[in-house]
Write a protein that binds this ligand. Sequence first.
Ligand SMILES: *Cc1c(COP(=O)(O)O)cnc(C)c1O
Length: 428
Amino acid sequence: MGNMIEENAARQIFNYSTIKKLDEENGSSFYLLNIDQLRTNFKKIEKAFKSRYENFIIGYSYKTNYVPYLCKELSKFGAYAEVVSRLEYDLALKIGQESNKIILNGPLKTSEDIEKALNNESIINLDSMYEIEFVREYSQQHPNKEIKVGLRVNFDLSENGESPLVEGHEISRFGICVENGDLQHVVEQLKAVSNIQIVGLHGHFSTSNRKVATFRRITEQLCQLAKEHFPTTIEYIDIGGGIFGEVPKSLIENAPTFDDYAEAVCKIMKREFDHYDYKPALILEPGISMVANCFTFTAKVIATKKINDQQFVLVDGSVHNIKPTLHKKNLPMKLVSKDHTKEKVKDTFQIVGYTCLEKDYLARDVQGQLPQPGDYFIFDNVGAYTIVLNPPFIKERPAIVAYDNDEIIVVRKKETISEFFNEDIYKF
Ligand SMILES: *Cc1c(COP(=O)(O)O)cnc(C)c1O
């Protein structure tokens, strides 16, 4: 059965009249970005790790949510930019990120991407053998330059024959394989070039349970491989992202805390590099844990209607705005009512969206006060893998409004038809 509406789920500072005003200025559905929450998340992650291992770096995973204003705020807090395409790399430069604080990852890099990143002294983690060639060519063209690269590695994470990877994947397709000897081969190839140094290892894995034990294993493996293959040039161990943030209880019970992850990972770093004068940096690349709880999505109630005995509530929003992966769990949400004097009717209802898809349910079997047209729903925890995955389907994309305590800043206006069908790229 359905979730009760959590009355205190969304930020309390927005009452009916402030939301109505935002609606009039920005359209009847919009995202709200809570900068104070973002700052809190950053500080909490930083404190958990830095208090246990001093040389710690946060590389924010751009793909999770690359609203420029958000990226810039994180940069101001001190985050590095973790990017996986040229588009993201150039965005990082555009928001003023220092180029040596950009981490270029990802399975597809052209020789131009690699050239640019190396020219700019960015951190670069090579994902496949074909990239090695580009780096070797670059090293020949720049014989007097000291070239530093990291390697993303791929090793078996399964325990007792069971793979912890998402969606039941037996193996990951990313990185350079340790088990088949590719890593050994790549290390030999790169060591043969006098002006190339291998300075880091990267191991990001997408697992379903985001367990502390998985991070322990990743850290241990990376440390061991680094010490085995390039003990004298190691500058960083990058354990990727994939940790849980502060998740609402209704979505996940007993998620590990930042301290739980930090305790496990930092203990290994301290042990492994105890006798090193220069302690290698520990890099974490949080995505979901940094931004999921910083965003809410507001959608106006347009109408209610009954089909047989089922009650539907139509809102100016779509499941694509809040759950592009179409998972079935209801997000924590809050109803903001226009008219408090009206008698409150309790009911069970379905919240459905503006698209013409049968599956467009923003929430199912919701039990609570039946909303009136003109009311608003606020959905919580919609900051990760939402805005970047909204398809340009049927309607323009909604506005994004940031707030930092009392200050309100429109960080993306509602799209117009001329931006949606940009005349520079479409022929009419
Ligand atoms: C997606 C990704 C991340 C972020 O993962 P989350 O699960 O959102 O924390 C970090 N690093 C790399 C290489 C990624 O591809």
